[in-house]
Design a protein around this ligand. Structure first.
Ligand code: F3S
Length: 408
């Protein structure tokens, strides 16, 4: 372990308890991580996003920890937001969440709020007023938000765990390591796409394939693509889930790729990955354990306003059948905008619903009687069976096919 990490006088003061017990603990955690990762110093951040919010995944230990921090007067020094909770914080009864779960979930969110970490409860903070600038160093912990911020926005974040993102929010600093450094942001692996990508689910499948085939910390470089940010959101989320990809470049498309003279470490890729029709089919087969579902779930990562509009367009003139629910997940900010556009009303009139603050992965699906999910998100299709006690089956398909399943 390196001991080369240098602290300023103010940082030493925090470490010695001069700014309170919780800030000292937070600083100790950051210093320890910085030493392990051989950081030379800490650097300031103004934005955080903190995971470890859903009671389903965080449990009583997190509840007790965050409540104790709040009672000791801990205060965030950054613009900080919570990752999704296990339920819509207002309409949880409509999701079929129990009183017992809701009570604990509310306590977790309130404790974070008391610390100054907002209950926005989204994995898309960049769509909710917490959008980093190009080159800005931040402390996000949700893997898809890290991949999007690094790759699509050109900001700089490491993949923080819930605890170190909380510590970074409390101290307002992160160790200068990993993806914050120029040399770690160059490409390693070249990706060649030799099949058509026709839907958002196809982009997720591509991301999933790449994530599975690159090693930790490797940076994939995709070919030039005429692609929306929403599709990159799905692609990045999938590669972050299947293989911990925190940064990727798309030639002539993503901001760093358009600025860097040479995209690869040592001037050339260490390896080339080919995504063809056969590999695409394999991903769909791997992520589709059954075509039976009693929930069509869209919004992993949380839907943008354009994605909600696409749901409205694809559901127009149809009605959700009695066997299959159709739920759309989004952030409270996008929900408000969608409400103003009349989209929420239209989805509900078709028999679907829109929930905020949560998603199909971190909500307690068992409590809601969900046994099978159809989704257009490769990340959700990958995680849902691993996050449910009885391995809920999943089915990956495009938004239009998912909506057809719910309305046929
Ligand atoms: Fe977001 Fe939940 Fe997916 S937190 S990225 S919608 S797993």
């Amino acid at each position: 372990m390196s001991k080369s990490l240098k602290l300023t006088k103010d940082e030493e003061k925090i470490l010695d308890g001069g700014c309170g017990e919780v800030a000292a603990k937070a600083m100790k955690l950051l210093v320890t991580l910085g030493e392990i990762e051989e950081a030379s110093r800490l650097v300031p951040i103004n934005r955080s996003q903190v995971a470890g919010v859903s009671y389903k995944t965080a449990g009583d230990a997190t509840l007790e920890l965050v409540e104790s921090f709040a009672s000791l007067g801990a205060t965030a020094r950054t613009q900080a937001m919570q990752n999704p909770a296990g339920m819509d914080l207002e309409r949880w009864r409509d999701m079929g969440i129990s009183e017992a779960f809701a009570e604990k979930q509310k306590r977790i969110c309130q404790a974070y709020e008391k610390i100054g970490i907002k209950s926005t409860c989204t994995c898309t903070p960049y769509l909710c007023g917490n959008k980093p600038d190009y080159g800005e160093i931040i402390g996000f912990s949700e893997s898809s938000a890290v991949a999007y911020s690094n790759s699509v926005l050109g900001a700089r974040s490491n993949r923080h765990g819930g605890l170190d993102a909380l510590a970074a929010a409390l101290v307002g600093k992160v160790p200068l390591t990993g993806y914050l450094l120029d040399e770690n942001r160059l490409g390693d692996i070249e990706v060649k796409v030799e099949c058509e990508l026709t839907s958002e689910a196809d982009y997720g499948a591509l991301g999933y394939f790449v994530g599975k085939n690159v090693s930790m910390d490797e940076v994939p470089v995709y070919p030039k693509m005429n692609v929306t940010h929403d599709k990159l959101k799905l692609m990045g989320a999938a590669s972050a889930a299947s293989g911990a990809v925190a940064l990727y470049h798309v030639k002539d498309t993503t901001p760093e790729a358009t600025r860097l003279r040479d995209l690869f470490k040592n001037g050339k890729p260490a390896e080339t990955l080919i995504f063809d029709e056969q590999n695409k089919r394999r991903v769909y087969d791997e992520l589709s354990s059954s075509n039976k579902c009693n929930l069509v779930a869209l919004g992993c990562p949380h839907c943008s306003i354009n994605e909600i509009r696409e749901v409205v367009e694809s559901i127009a003139g149809k009605h959700v059948n009695k066997k299959t629910r159709l739920w759309v997940f989004t952030s409270p900010t996008v929900y408000e905008e969608a409400d103003k556009c009349g989209y929420i009303k239209k989805i509900r009139a078709s028999g679907g619903d829109v929930f905020r603050h949560t998603c199909m992965v971190v909500a307690p699906l068992e409590e809601m009687g969900v046994t099978g999910i159809a989704t257009n998100s490769a990340k959700a299709a990958f995680y849902v069976p691993r996050m449910t006690k009885n391995s809920c089956s999943t089915f990956l398909s495009s938004l239009h096919n998912c909506v057809s399943l719910a309305t046929s």
